[in-house]
Structures are given as C-alpha cells and as structure tokens.
Ligand binder design. Structure first.
Ligand SMILES: Cc1cc2nc3c(=O)[nH]c(=O)nc-3n(C[C@H](O)[C@H](O)[C@H](O)COP(=O)(O)O)c2cc1C
Length: 209
C-alpha cells in the first residue's frame, strides 16, 4: 500500500452513495480512533455514531442542509468532554495505574499532576481549546484510516454545535459536539472526486533549518 496514493484518492466527499459500511469494517475505523494519542492519554472525547435516518434528518436542518449528514453510511459526531472534573482524572489515573501496576501513591501523584494542569487551562481560558485540539487529532487519524480502508469521508465544521448538542442530548452526557465526519462510499455522481487536488509545492510548505 502506498499511503500517498491513498491520500491522493481521499477527498472531501460531497455526495455519498447509499452503500453501507460493513459492521466489522466500521469497528476497525472506530478502533483506530480509540488508538489516537491524547494529552496524558486522558481521552476526553467521545464519538457519537449516528445511523438513525430521522435523527440525521433533524441534524441536517442545522448543518447547512449538507446532504452528507443524511446520505452517508454513518455520521460520526466527534465530541469533546464539557468538563474534566477531578473525579474523572482520579478515575483515569487509577485505571492506568492498575493496568501498569503502580502504587497508590504514584497514582495519586499522577492524578494531582493532571488536575493541576487542567486547573491552569481552566484559569487561563484555554480549557475548551485544549480539548478541541485532541478531537482534531482524532479527526485526522480517522480520515487517514478511512482512506487506507477505501472508505470515503468528509470533515465538516458547517453545522450549529448548540443545535446538535440539543438533538443528541450531549450536555446531559458531559459532551459538546466539535466536528463531524460522515463516512461511507462516494457516489459516481460526485463531481468533486474528479477535480484536481490543489496543494502547495513542498518548497512552499517546508522550512529546513
Ligand atoms: C476542519 C474542516 C472543516 C470542513 N468543513 C466542511 C464542511 O462543512 N462541508 C464540506 O463540504 N467540506 C468541509 N471541509 C472540506 C474542505 O473544504 C476540504 O477538505 C478542502 O477543500 C480540501 O479538499 P480535499 O479534502 O477534497 O482535498 C472541511 C475540512 C476541514 C479540515
């Protein structure tokens, strides 16, 4: 497999066919998301996998009427945690600590370190941005994974997050929608797949020092 060929094949799909992704393959994609690197390994995100046509119809009204929301095989709504409490961090540190056979003291120290960092992000107004950044790493990982598996996708910020949060009842689950990734298979009628991919010349992108 040539990764560059796969990434050239990938494009932001505007029109999906009605072909569904097989469940085993969907699991594969989602497992790749779970393997994404996150700050401290905290994984302060969740992915809502929306299949239900009625829910997707309701979401589309708040997604600039973009057809990918209803017509893709599955709509992935990538969400950040709304809050990361001391309790969440403690439970995380304990899970990691137990898996790695750490002492209670080491676990508490690790929890305290993360709690202090999170408190600083909150105090300096950087908390939400910090969480969003993690979600975008998941997005990139998912997009590359999909390309490798010949699954089409379209990263999407063109939606009203507050409305998505309401319809999917995200606030109640300590979540807020960040970015969308409809996935599935391109329609032969999608003109975008035939367009030239325009990127900078590498010499305009890179600075070697
Ligand atoms: C963060 C982000 C948000 C985007 N939002 C939308 C969107 O709401 N709707 C859409 O059709 N494409 C969206 N795109 C797709 C870009 O327009 C597209 O990736 C870009 O033009 C490059 O084209 P390519 O991905 O086909 O190579 C988004 C892309 C990114 C990375």
């Amino acid at each position: 497999m040539d990764i560059i060929e796969k990434l050239k094949w990938r494009y932001a799909t505007k029109k999906f066919s009605n072909k569904k992704i097989r469940l085993g393959e969907l699991d594969h994609v989602l497992e790749a998301a779970n393997l994404t690197a996150t700050s401290y390994g905290l994984q302060a995100f969740k992915i809502i996998v929306v299949d239900d046509p009625e829910v997707r119809k309701a979401l589309r009204q708040h997604g600039q009427d973009q057809s990918q929301i209803t017509d893709s095989s599955h709509l992935l709504v990538l969400c950040r945690y709304l809050d990361v409490t001391d309790e969440i961090i403690q439970a995380f540190a304990e899970r990691i600590g137990q898996a790695k056979s750490k002492s209670a003291e080491q676990i508490d120290l690790y929890a305290k370190k993360i709690q202090t960092k999170v408190a600083t992000y909150k105090a300096t107004g950087k908390f939400e941005e910090w969480l969003n950044r993690q979600v975008y790493i998941v997005l990139g990982n998912l997009m590359t994974t999909c390309a490798v598996l010949d699954i089409d996708a379209c990263p999407m910020e063109g939606f009203v997050p507050e409305k998505f949060d309401e319809i999917l009842q995200l606030k109640e689950q300590n979540l807020a929608s960040t970015v969308l990734l409809p996935i599935g298979y391109r329609s032969a009628n999608d003109a975008y797949q035939y367009k030239q991919k325009v990127r900078k010349d590498l010499e305009d992108l890179l600075i070697f020092m």
